[in-house]
Write a protein that binds this ligand. Structure first.
Ligand SMILES: [Zn+2]
Length: 130
């Protein structure tokens, strides 16, 4: 069985895309999606599927286990970064290796967050695109 940490984060799962919201008045795009615009307070926002490729804006290595609600099947240090998707910068795990470069291309993927019985709970992450 497959599940996600929060289905409301996703516009689709196959192919995976994140769901943001875009303000029709000022054009601001945010993630996760909101019911109103945090920039101009407008309420005319539409839900959008965010681009699935971007570049590393900044990153670091998380060397200690974050507090709840963070969960894992066993903590190991991991990379976390901000990825510039164009209309919005999104925070997420960087998976597949330990060292990253600012500006390098990455793509959105689903990755295991933890297991719950027979269910693998997935979250989004970014992997190297090249
Ligand atoms: Zn706005």
């Amino acid at each position: 069985m497959t599940a996600t940490v929060d289905d409301s984060l996703f516009a689709s799962l196959d192919p995976v895309a994140l769901k943001g919201s875009s303000c029709t008045a000022c054009g601001a795009t945010v993630f996760p999606a909101l019911g109103s615009c945090p920039v101009c307070t407008g309420v005319d926002v539409e839900q959008v599927a965010l681009p699935t490729e971007g570049t590393v804006w900044s990153w670091t290595t998380q060397n200690f286990e974050p507090k709840s609600p963070f969960r894992s099947d066993g903590f190991a240090p991991f990379s976390i970064g901000y990825v510039d998707l164009g209309p919005v910068i999104v925070e997420g795990w960087l998976v597949g290796r330990a060292e990253w470069s600012i500006g390098e291309p990455v793509r959105l993927v689903l990755t295991k967050a933890w297991t719950e019985g027979d269910t693998v709970v997935h979250t989004y992450a970014f992997e190297a695109a090249s």
